[in-house]
Design a protein around this ligand. Structure first.
Ligand SMILES: Nc1ncnc2c1ncn2[C@@H]1O[C@H](COP(=O)(O)OP(=O)(O)O)[C@@H](O)[C@H]1O
Ligand SMILES: Nc1ccn([C@H]2C[C@H](O)[C@@H](COP(=O)(O)OP(=O)(O)O)O2)c(=O)n1
Length: 248
């Protein structure tokens, strides 16, 4: 038998990895997920940005956020586009780039009222699942490279069949301190007080419809309270290697 004949040309390509990461505000989901995706050559889907974009769209269209059916109808018609390159993730609606707008305090303060609308959750959940499937399908347009998707219900509702499922946590003080530094450039007592609404109140509201405080069966918890960013990324990469054998 020649050397050439020994090559198995029918060998299946590696199954695209789907990594689901959930956790509360400030636990480090976005920072860690982007880095894990970049290191493994995967796409990156920020599902929180989709809820933020939906909130921006409703406010921009003059839809009162207290009117649940009107909010659901507006979100169903939202021309949303998510860019999933971890080096440059984008979110736009009707061609308007929302990178900055969706991080404003006004959106952070209002987003839970949209995220607790069950019709909105169903609609955005379907879009998220389709985006994950598009990245995870071998031979798909995007090349089936696989994806890291992060949010609050990815491990439990949107992609409970993901190859790797992680709940990223951190104690309340660490989460407040990180968010205060992100938003106010300082984690002084007053900056942390000013951030409480965006972290503690919002998580309390969000957890009335989604369970992201305790790991579901089969989900591995990573507590980042005593870790720096690189150590947290490494902790997730270690889990990926253990579960799937994949390394950067
Ligand atoms: N151990 C850590 N893990 C993740 N992020 C950390 C860590 N320590 C500090 N950070 C910082 O905390 C912030 C976390 O914010 P982010 O990733 O937006 O969290 P989330 O998406 O969960 O709200 C970022 O500025 C990040 O650099
Ligand atoms: N899969 C998801 C993702 C986010 N959400 C909600 C929860 C949050 O209040 C908003 C915004 O999420 P985002 O991840 O951007 O919030 P943080 O940056 O972690 O504070 O959307 C959700 O309900 N389900």
């Amino acid at each position: 038998m020649s050397d050439l004949a020994a090559v198995d040309t029918d060998a299946a390509p590696p199954t695209p990895l789907v990594i689901a990461i959930d956790g509360p505000s400030g636990s480090g989901k976005s920072s860690v997920s982007r880095r894990v995706a970049a290191r493994l050559g995967l796409a990156y889907l920020d599902t929180g940005a989709m809820y933020r974009a939906a909130t921006w769209w409703c406010l921009e269209s003059g839809v009162p956020l207290v009117d649940g059916p009107a909010v659901a109808a507006a979100v169903a018609a939202m021309p949303l586009d998510m860019g999933v390159d971890p080096a440059h993730p984008t979110v736009s609606v009707g061609g308007v780039d929302l990178a900055e707008a969706i991080r404003r305090t006004e959106i952070s303060a209002a987003v839970s009222s949209v995220a607790t609308n069950l019709a909105v959750r169903a609609a955005l959940g379907r879009l998220q699942r389709a985006a994950i499937d598009a990245e995870a399908e071998p031979g798909s347009f995007s090349g089936g490279r696989g994806v890291v998707a992060e949010g609050r219900d990815i491990t439990t509702v949107v992609a409970p069949d993901a190859t790797v499922r992680v709940l990223l946590t951190a104690d309340e003080h660490s989460r407040l301190s990180r968010r205060a530094r992100d938003v106010h450039g300082s984690d002084s007592a007053s900056a942390m007080r000013a951030t409480r609404d965006q972290v503690v109140r919002r998580d309390a509201d969000d957890s009335t419809v989604v369970q992201f405080r305790v790991a579901a069966d089969g989900v591995t918890t990573v507590d980042s309270s005593a870790l720096d960013l690189e150590q947290t990324v490494q902790a997730v990469l270690d889990i990926v290697e253990r579960v799937s054998g994949r390394t950067p």
